[in-house]
Design a protein. Structure first.
Length: 159
């Protein structure tokens, strides 16, 4: 039975921490950013209230469904590969949301965003745990937890 990957040191660990924090902030921010923008999206997309509610619902449902297979996918393809795929997919889906010209496109892109965003929190946490020794993990998870708290605080402001 292996002890797992060796903890990282120095600049490599600092970069991994920044990447994990950024991914955590992006995902946590995106769960709240659309709430504030719903009335504006309703007007600009000529949609009813029921239709714009699907913008939130599609993200939440996709994220909830895709959270379950993240562990299996990480075991099959590797944490690093899956983290890069999720982060890239989430970023592209975010860009597409900004370019959406109809309610259908927005809901579809938010669905994609939720699918990719589902892996960001557990994978960033795994990266943090792999990067620090057992003695350092408490402090590392406290730093990581700041991202979980900053995202929802920043979301309504940026929305």
């Amino acid at each position: 039975m292996s002890a797992g990957p060796a903890p990282k040191r120095g600049l490599q660990r600092a970069m991994l921490t920044i990447c994990a924090m950024t991914a955590t902030i992006m995902q946590a921010l995106d769960t709240t950013v659309a709430n504030v923008a719903l009335p504006y999206m309703q007007g600009s997309l000529s949609a009813s209230l029921d239709q714009v509610n699907w913008i939130l619902t599609s993200y939440i449902v996709a994220s909830a469904i895709m959270t379950a297979p993240v562990g299996w996918l990480a075991g099959r393809y590797g944490r690093k590969v899956l983290f890069v795929v999720c982060t890239t997919g989430f970023t592209i889906a975010s860009l597409l949301c900004g370019l959406a010209g109809s309610i259908e496109q927005m809901v579809g892109f938010r669905l994609l965003q939720g699918m990719c965003g589902a892996g960001l929190i557990p994978l960033s946490q795994a990266v943090m745990l792999d990067s620090y020794t057992i003695e350092e993990r408490g402090q590392a998870m406290a730093i990581w937890g700041m991202g979980i708290m900053l995202g929802p605080i920043m979301g309504p402001t940026l929305g």
